[in-house]
Structure formats: structure tokens, C-alpha cells
Design a protein. Structure first.
Length: 114
């Protein structure tokens, strides 16, 4: 790996980036969690309010080393309606810079949500 760290945090832009993020996220699941893995791979894009850019990735030197997914919704409390968001499917790879990249990914995603 090159000595310079080229870290990019962004929402996925292509089918290939989404596939790479899903591979990283599903790699964390072992039986009995296989149904959740199947859901992510087969149905997640059909989920209400799915936005491709809400699958966020950290890329180091062209390798997806961390990924997560934002889930958003609108909660009604009395007459008030509040936009809410949560982070899920948080995953990191075995890359040397994965810890640093995941920290940056979470920080940037929280700023994005604000």
C-alpha cells in the first residue's frame, strides 16, 4: 500500500460501490443472522425512503474499508413531526487504516445528518 493515505468519505455513487459496501457489511454476519444478510442484499433498496447516498463508505486508496447505512424516518409526537435518523450496518475491513477510516466515516455521517 502506498505510504500516503488517500481517505475519501462519501455516499455510494455506483452499483459497484454499493456492492462493495454490502460485501463489507454482510461479512460481519454469521449464523443465525443470515436472514438479515439476505434482507440487506435482496430488499434493502426497496425499503421506504431508501436513498443510495445513505449508504456511506470510507475509501482508502481505492479500497472500501468501512461502510454504514443511514436509516431515516419521520416520527409524529402529537402534532409535531420530527425527522430522525440512525446508523446501522456499521462495518470495517481489515485494512491498516480501517479504524481511522471508520472514525472519520461516523463523524462525517453525523455531520451529514445534521
Amino acid at each position: 500500500m502506498p505510504k500516503t493515505l488517500e481517505l475519501t468519505i462519501k455516499g455510494v455513487e455506483s452499483d459497484e460501490e454499493l456492492r462493495r459496501a454490502h460485501v463489507l457489511m454482510t461479512g460481519l454476519n454469521y449464523p443465525p443472522y443470515i436472514p438479515s444478510t439476505d434482507w440487506l442484499l435482496q430488499y434493502s433498496e426497496q425499503y421506504p425512503r431508501f436513498q443510495r447516498e445513505h449508504t456511506r463508505i470510507a475509501v482508502v486508496n481505492d479500497e472500501v474499508v468501512a461502510a454504514l447505512r443511514i436509516s431515516t424516518d419521520i416520527v409524529r409526537i402529537g402534532e409535531a413531526r420530527l425527522k430522525v435518523g440512525g446508523l446501522g450496518w456499521i462495518a470495517k475491513g481489515m485494512n491498516t487504516h480501517a479504524d481511522e477510516a471508520l472514525d472519520a466515516l461516523i463523524s462525517e455521517t453525523l455531520a451529514y445528518l445534521k
